[in-house]
Design a protein around this ligand. Sequence first.
Ligand code: B12
Length: 221
Amino acid sequence: MRNPFARDLVLLHAPALFDFRTRETFLGPMADAVPSTAMFEMYPVGPTSIAAFLERNHYNVEIVNLAYRMLRDRSFDVAAHIARMRAALFGIDLHWLPHVQGALSVAELFKQLHPESRVVIGGLSATYYHKELIRDPSVDFVMRGDSTEEPMRELLQALREGTPLHRVANPTWKEGARSRSNRPTRRTGRPTASGRGRTRRSSAPSTARSRTAVARSTSSS
Ligand code: B12
């Protein structure tokens, strides 16, 4: 029987550069208006929205802000902290592009410590670079799109029940030596014929109709 207290998902927020405490670096300019340091320790709003949605759907989710912990305590042991973590799935945000080195370094460290665990990367930059990211040995899934709450629920459910991923909206994932992608069913701002952006959202992907659309739109590369 499933342990109702077990973590289903841990969402990790990496610093822009890992490990900024031990590596020399030249940091680029940051907007003065932004309330975080050049390590981008403030995580995107999205993980809180994903966590709230999944909790409402009876999944246990935790958010761990590694970047903030490292800034607050210079001796914070990231590897020891990650080694103690247990969950069915681990998510790392790659939302702002300057985060790419930090997000992938944390994913690599994570896989060294938990080779059996699965890692999903998400956020706007991850969405754009999903084909490149899925080639990284530390990345199992890239969850694309700007509305990933329902797709993340579907992914957790599929992993829990061992059902095929082609029914899950939005992911790119590894299948042997190849990668596969399901077309995102939730997106915004698609250009119209007139060239102006318009907001368009499809119906919830859990409906029978959109499930069929997702299944039809699976592609591989
Ligand atoms: C509000 C906002 C801000 C706010 C709040 C930021 C925050 N904490 O999220 C403020 C003003 C602080 C801000 C700051 C910045 N922002 Co801003 N911001 C936005 C804006 C307008 C909306 C974001 C939002 O709230 N979305 C709603 C929430 C619910 O969705 P979300 O955070 O996108 O998360 C969803 C998905 O992305 C995805 N997802 C996100 N993370 C993860 C993680 C996992 C594991 C998974 C599976 C999925 C996932 O699923 C989430 C839920 O559906 C976007 C534009 C846009 N269209 O999104 C720009 C945007 C995200 N910002 C951008 C930038 C560049 C910045 C700054 C770097 C600006 C600067 N030069 O300083 C800073 C960085 C902040 C920092 N951490 O240091 C760019 C990012 C471009 C890029 N790819 O790098 C965007 C796209 C604007 C743009 N077009 O240029 N920002």
